[in-house]
Design a protein around this ligand. Structure first.
Ligand SMILES: [Zn+2]
Length: 201
């Protein structure tokens, strides 16, 4: 009996140690592997930044009304304080600086062949013709042109045809016509889903 007990104790102890030894590395191996897979997944290319740091969307592409010369809105309006820096949502080349009775002081960037982004109603223009980086300050929010209050009218044109900036720049709905590159938001608040609740304001 005593011999049996003596034999059994080391066997039980060895069993417990084996379980612990197997269990620990197994648990440790699962967690980092799962995590690693998520972290090392394909990362989207850096997407557009917001043109102004703090804003409220006051007009969307396709809105209808007499406010607009064509009877409908051809861009996306960001209301912000007068003088707020306006940044390039993507890198590109400044191809035109102009003043227009409707759009006021404006900067036009070519961001890819045949695609331009218009920044309108500025109070100041702080760039010249030439290349600009994503996030670079182009000018300041103003009230120039046909306007009811300080805001940025941001317009995207694909082969000179106005295209929805929210869709084009900040996340194309699958199958949306004209939504050529699928860019990802660099600023989480700029996702289309996040923009949607602002529509009613
Ligand atoms: Zn507008």
């Amino acid at each position: 009996m005593r011999a049996l007990v003596r034999l059994a104790v080391p066997v039980l102890l060895a069993g417990a140690l084996t379980c612990a030894a197997l269990g620990e590395p197994a648990a440790a191996a699962v967690a980092p592997e799962g995590g690693r897979e998520m972290v090392l997944g394909p990362r989207p290319a850096p997407g557009p930044v917001a043109p102004v740091a703090a804003y409220r969307i006051s007009g969307r592409f396709g809105d209808r009304g007499r406010l607009w010369r064509l009877g409908h809105h051809t861009g996306l309006d960001f209301v912000a304080r007068y003088g707020t820096p306006v940044r390039a949502v993507t890198g590109g080349r400044v191809v035109k600086l102009a003043w227009n009775p409707s759009w006021g002081r404006m900067v036009i960037l070519e961001v890819s062949p045949g695609v331009t982004v218009w920044y309108c109603h500025l109070s100041h223009v702080l760039v010249k013709i030439g290349d600009v980086a994503r996030g670079q300050v182009l000018g300041r929010i103003g009230t120039s042109g046909n306007i009811t209050g300080p805001h940025l009218h941001l317009e995207v044109r694909v082969k000179d045809r106005p295209t929805d900036p929210a869709t084009y720049l900040w996340g194309a709905a699958p199958g949306t016509p004209g939504a050529v590159p699928r860019w990802y938001p660099a600023v989480p608040i700029m996702t289309v889903a996040a923009l949607a609740p602002l529509r009613s304001r």
